[in-house]
Every structure is written in structure tokens, then in C-alpha cells.
Ligand binder design. Structure first.
Ligand code: ATP
Length: 351
């Protein structure tokens, strides 16, 4: 199969200062977001940060308290869901149990009054796309979870939506299948050239799938960009922690930084330290076997640092030196700590 990715700069979804309150408490706080044609956007953040609320507003299930939603350039803020050309896949597959796979997939097309001959062609096409043509006559309960989710995906794709909304579609699947389905999802999205918005709290999933990764905290976008950029340069401690960074240092003259565990060297008593960087005395508090290496937790004064080592003789209680290659440290410019360490506090409150 040839993969055609047609990415243009045409915005398919634009959220302009979108907010949503629930009885006075703010779930989504003035979000601005542009999703372009053919792009895979992931909304990522901890539970309760407003991901699903944002998706439901795009789908039209929930009106925003304020702000504007443009779909394909048109104001769609008050448009009912059935008049938005949107496909949805949920965590619960939400298939019709009494209908066959084929009829489930055909459902949205019938609702839209597509002629039956075309329905047959399109259903066959999308079942082929998700590799389920041979199961067309089955009922949902005769399918595995992964197969059911493929049917849900086929059903959403069949209507050729302007945008495909995916609300934690893989989180009901077991770990191995989830990883496999990610690739499947990506392939379907690339082959169809669909614009997709995925809601997830799984950072790995977002890193792997997204063209644009949007990180939410308490209803606000705290950072967005291509996954590699966000991962390599988290803007705040919140983003860094959410992406799995564990070591946070506040260095004189540098402010808050983070450093990856695999960059920290764990040196035994006789080891020659590498040039540059900083050496600190530490006591190992825990060693966890990870299969190919060991995750080390060490106390440096009242601070905890995390490192990775291949040394299988290392035990809790050992005295070591940790080598911190400061050249590899990542500054956290937007961190709250940065404001506290501001060079000139008077800039913040002009007289
Ligand atoms: P999760 O990952 O747990 O699904 P989320 O990031 O999708 O979380 P939302 O479901 O968007 O978060 O919820 C955001 C906030 O809005 C939460 O504090 C939630 O309790 C609140 N909220 C969501 N829906 C409603 C509702 N219908 N009524 C009242 N509060 C709501």
C-alpha cells in the first residue's frame, strides 16, 4: 500500500478563546487551538485537565461557555452534532450489539442518506482498510476488544469526516494490543489523509502518534508542538514531570533545570570521573532491575536523584559519586521557580 499524506496549512478546526464552566468551576480555560488538514493532534494531560470537555465541545455535545469554534473555516459554535461532519471513536466501542459488523459500519452512511450501492462499496473499502473484511457478518460480541475497536474506527472513517475525534480509543485494550493498535491507527489516519484529534493521558501514545502534541493543565494549554520538540525542551516542571522527567535541580546562575536519568553517571569508588560537569556524593537508596539495566535512586543531601546504570553489583546503601553533565541539563524557562529566581524582581511590579 502506498501512503499518501496530504498536509496542507488549511485549518480544519479552530478554537478561539474557548472556555467551559460547570456550575462556576472552570474545566476549560480560554483555549486557542488550530488543527490543520491531515494533521494528528494529541490532547495530553492528567485526569481532569479538560481533555474530554474540549473534545465534546468540538463534537457539539457540549456548548462552550464562551469563545468560538470554527470548523472548515465556518462558525460552528452553536451547530448541533449531526450537522458537524465529525467521526468519533470512544474508549467504550459503542457498537450496536444487535447489528453485524457490516451494518454497524454502514450505520452513519444510512443516516446520511448515502445510496445503498455506494454504502456497499464504502463499507467494503473501510473494512478492508482495518483488516476486518472477513468478519463482516459477525456481531460485536463475537469479536475481541481490538477487533471491536477496529469496527468503531471503520464506522467513524466511513462517513469521510472532516475530523476524526478519538477519546482514549486504546485504553480498554491490553498493553501489547494497545501498542500494536497505535500503529494501526496511525496507518489508517495516514492512508486516508484524515485530520485527527486524540485525547489521551498516555504520554507514550501521544509521542508516537502526534504531529502536534498539546499539553493541558487545569484547563489551559501549557505547551504544544511536535513531540520531539516538546520532549526535548519542556517549558515547565509540570510538562517535564508529565513526560517522565524525574530529576529537578535549581542551579545557581542557571535556575531550574532537569536532567535525564540516563545522562547521570553512577561512579564507584575507583572510577575515573569524566571531564566536565559536576560530581556529587550520594547514597543509593534503591535499585530496580529493568531488564536491560538498573534504575538507581540516590540521596544527595535532602534531594533525590534518579540515574541508570549497567552495574549489577550496585546495592541500596552504597556510597557513590554521581556525575552530572551540566551541558546536558535542560532549562525549564517557564517554570514557576524561574519567576522566583528572576534577576530583577522590580520588572514584575513597575513602580
Ligand atoms: P480524564 O482523563 O479523567 O477523562 P479529562 O482531562 O478528560 O479527564 P474532563 O472530563 O474534561 O477531564 O473534566 C475536566 C473538569 O471538568 C473536571 O474537573 C471534571 O470534574 C469537570 N466536569 C466534566 N464534565 C462535567 C459535568 N458534566 N458536570 C460537572 N463537572 C464536569
Amino acid at each position: 500500500t502506498t501512503t499518501t499524506v496530504t498536509k496542507t496549512t488549511t485549518p480544519v478546526v479552530q478554537l478561539q478563546s474557548i472556555s467551559r464552566e460547570f456550575s462556576g468551576s472552570v474545566a476549560v480555560d480560554s483555549i486557542d487551538l488550530t488543527v490543520r488538514r491531515g494533521e494528528f493532534t494529541a490532547l495530553l494531560g492528567p485526569s481532569g485537565c479538560g481533555k474530554t470537555t474540549t473534545l465534546r465541545m468540538i463534537a457539539g455535545f457540549l456548548p462552550p461557555t464562551s469563545g468560538t469554534i470554527l470548523l472548515d473555516g465556518q462558525d460552528a459554535t452553536t451547530l448541533p452534532p449531526e450537522r458537524r461532519n465529525i467521526g468519533m471513536v470512544f474508549q467504550s466501542y459503542a457498537l450496536f450489539p444487535h447489528l453485524t459488523v457490516e451494518k454497524n459500519v454502514a450505520f452513519g452512511l444510512r443516516m446520511r442518506g448515502v445510496p445503498s450501492a455506494e454504502i456497499r462499496t464504502r463499507v467494503a473499502e473501510v473494512l478492508d482498510l482495518v483488516g476486518l473484511a472477513h468478519l463482516a457478518g459477525r456481531k460485536p460480541k463475537q469479536l475481541s476488544g481490538g477487533q471491536q475497536q477496529r469496527v468503531a474506527l471503520a464506522r467513524a472513517v466511513a462517513i469521510r469526516p472532516s475530523v476524526l475525534l478519538l477519546d482514549e480509543p486504546l485504553s480498554n485494550l491490553d498493553a501489547r494490543l494497545r501498542v500494536q493498535m497505535r500503529q494501526e491507527l496511525l496507518r489508517v489516519q495516514r492512508e486516508t489523509g484524515l485530520t485527527a484529534i486524540l485525547v489521551t493521558h498516555d504520554q507514550e501514545e501521544a509521542l508516537e502518534l502526534a504531529d502536534n502534541m498539546v499539553i493541558l493543565d487545569r484547563g489551559r494549554i501549557v505547551q504544544q508542538g511536535p513531540p520531539r520538540e516538546v520532549f526535548r525542551a519542556p517549558a515547565t516542571r509540570f510538562v517535564a514531570e508529565f513526560l517522565g522527567y524525574e530529576n529537578f535541580l535549581d542551579l545557581p546562575g542557571r535556575g531550574p533545570v532537569t536532567i535525564r536519568p540516563e545522562h547521570i553517571g553512577v561512579l564507584g569508588p575507583d572510577a575515573e570521573p569524566p571531564a566536565g560537569g559536576e560530581l556529587v556524593e550520594a547514597t543509593v537508596t534503591a535499585v530496580r532491575f529493568r531488564g536491560t539495566d538498573f534504575a538507581v535512586t540516590a540521596a544527595v543531601g535532602d534531594r533525590t536523584l534518579h540515574a541508570i546504570t549497567a552495574d549489577e553489583t550496585l546495592r541500596a546503601g552504597a556510597s557513590v559519586r554521581l556525575h552530572l553533565p551540566l551541558g546536558q541539563a535542560i532549562p525549564l524557562p517557564g517554570d514557576d521557580g524561574a519567576a522566583r529566581l528572576g534577576k530583577n524582581p522590580r520588572q514584575e511590579c513597575p513602580a
